[in-house]
Design a protein around this ligand. Structure first.
Ligand code: FES
Length: 108
């Protein structure tokens, strides 16, 4: 698969699942970041870039299972990425992921 720039996406190792906290956490990789939401052995991964104006949302924006962008206070539900308050209701971008041999991989 390729993106709009024609670059090939590939599975990229992010972190060992034992290092991922339950609930939401922000994990940095390759000068980028993502929000990983863990519920037991189920994971969701969202890009840290706000869908409003491309702001890289910091870790202190996590409020339980809600993410509040510090720039204009759009609120996102971290259980599904949906915008739940303010904004035009554009959701967080999900990142395809998989767990293999105890490692969390992202398709980037
Ligand atoms: S940049 Fe995130 S709410 Fe505006």
């Amino acid at each position: 698969m390729s993106d709009s720039l024609g670059e090939r996406k590939q599975w990229t190792q992010l972190i060992h699942v034992d290092e991922v906290e339950q609930g939401a956490s922000r994990i940095e990789y390759a000068k980028k970041a993502c929000f990983v939401v863990r519920d037991e052995e189920t994971f969701l991964v969202f890009d840290s870039i706000c869908p409003h104006r491309n702001v890289n949302i910091p870790s202190d924006a996590i409020q339980g299972m809600t993410l509040v962008c510090p720039m204009h206070q759009w609120k996102f539900n971290l259980e599904n990425g949906e915008c739940i308050e303010k904004g035009n209701y554009a959701p967080l971008n999900k990142i395809q992921h998989k767990v293999e041999n105890g490692m969390l991989y992202l398709f980037l």
